[in-house]
Design a protein around this ligand. Structure first.
Ligand code: NDP
Length: 333
């Protein structure tokens, strides 16, 4: 059983030696436990934050511990009552490993969505879709006619969030890196406009695209992009802070918006965590399911093969060198 162990806390992008892939024996199952073979490992920006010492929404991964990660796997053996060999499951506390031995109470069953590949459970109908859906509908409470700006818009969460907002009747502007990602947003996903932050000034582009100001911001990046949007939010504008990826590898914190505007423009800013919406998954599936079947929502997954490449896969999120929800295929379905 190969496991990725955190050896030292990375500075900047994860480097060789920060984590180590070690081979360990699989322990015998005790009563009530199941042996789960990992099929997919979800590679998420937050994985990088768990490697830091600082206080987070979960405790940091300890040095010498197996790296934590969201996984989807299949039960190979069970000494419990609820699951049998062949069942698809998501462990509540998954890890960067080939196998996990988990008490059955720590497993959630996975139901394949009819007509969709299993990767949908790890993307558009999983945590990614939940974040996008509830961020737009519940946190921002986006209304028809409002102008919404989304950063990291061609990423896993951003691309779905923009499409949910379009379904709600918003005018959607995405900020993404590079002409190909921007073209995908406007030509295939139906975004009203896209700003290529790598090749144009975001503030000037927003002045051109939203001359009357911005109602809503779904923020995934932070730093200069967030400030450019913040400085153009209208009176009573609303911001959902979903992520601040530009800070996750930073050794120095990126600049923050000036809070004076919070008062002068009576802004509402709300941070949220998808974990708090876990009990509402059915609502998302009820509304998004038909959009997916009808082809109204497009989504992509980027699958890298092999647990041994997981560190390199994680670093892709910070360079943008991936196309859709990033997964590692650890073993065959
Ligand atoms: P993505 O698929 O969006 O990948 C990350 C993208 O971020 C990259 O593709 C890149 O896009 C962009 N990016 C990375 N670094 C920078 C930078 N310095 N400046 C500008 N853009 C950058 O990942 P996810 O969809 O999984 O996550 C998106 C955000 O949502 C993250 O901030 C994440 O932490 C957050 N999140 C929050 C959750 C919550 O519960 N609050 C749950 C899940 C995710 P490009 O190529 O365009 O530069």
């Amino acid at each position: 059983n190969r496991q990725w162990i955190l050896r030292q806390r990375p500075r900047g992008l994860v480097q060789d030696g920060d984590l180590e892939l070690v081979e360990t024996p699989i322990p015998d199952l005790r009563p009530g436990e199941a042996l789960v073979r990992t099929i997919y490992l979800s590679i998420d920006p937050t994985n990088r934050t768990w490697m830091n010492e600082s206080e987070g929404y979960l405790p940091p991964v300890g040095l010498g511990e197996v790296m934590r990660g969201l996984t989807l796997g299949v039960v190979e053996q069970s000494r419990g009552e609820r699951f049998k060999a062949g069942d698809l499951v998501m462990p509540l506390s998954g890890a960067w490993a080939d196998y996990a031995v988990v008490p059955e109470a720590g497993l959630r069953p996975v139901h394949r969505a009819p007509g969709l590949p299993l990767t949908a459970n790890m993307s558009v109908l999983g945590m990614t879709g939940m974040t996008a859906y509830f961020g737009v509908t519940d946190v921002l409470k986006a209304q028809a006619g409002e102008t919404l700006v989304i950063s990291a818009a061609a990423g896993a969460v951003g691309s779905i969030a923009g499409q949910v907002a379009k379904q709600r009747g918003c005018r959607v502007i995405g900020v993404a890196g590079g002409p190909d990602k921007c073209r995908w947003l406007t030509e295939e996903l139906g975004f009203d406009a896209a700003v290529d932050y790598k090749n144009e000034d975001v503030g000037a582009a927003l002045d051109r695209l939203a001359p009357d100001g911005i109602d809503l911001n779904f923020e995934n990046v932070g730093g200069d992009i967030m400030i450019a949007v913040w400085n153009r939010l209208k009176v009573h504008g609303r911001m959902a802070v979903c992520g601040l990826i530009s800070a996750y590898n930073a050794t120095r914190m990126p600049p923050s918006p000036n809070f004076a505007r919070l008062i002068t423009h009576r802004l509402e800013v709300k941070g949220f965590l998808v974990l708090d919406y876990a009990h509402r998954a059915k609502e998302m599936v009820a509304e998004m399911g038909p959009w997916l079947t009808d082809g109204k929502i497009h989504w992509k997954v980027h699958v890298d093969d092999g647990l041994e490449g997981a560190v390199g896969s994680l670093n892709r999120l910070f360079t943008g060198d991936h196309d859709g929800k990033l997964l590692v295929r650890v073993s065959e379905e």
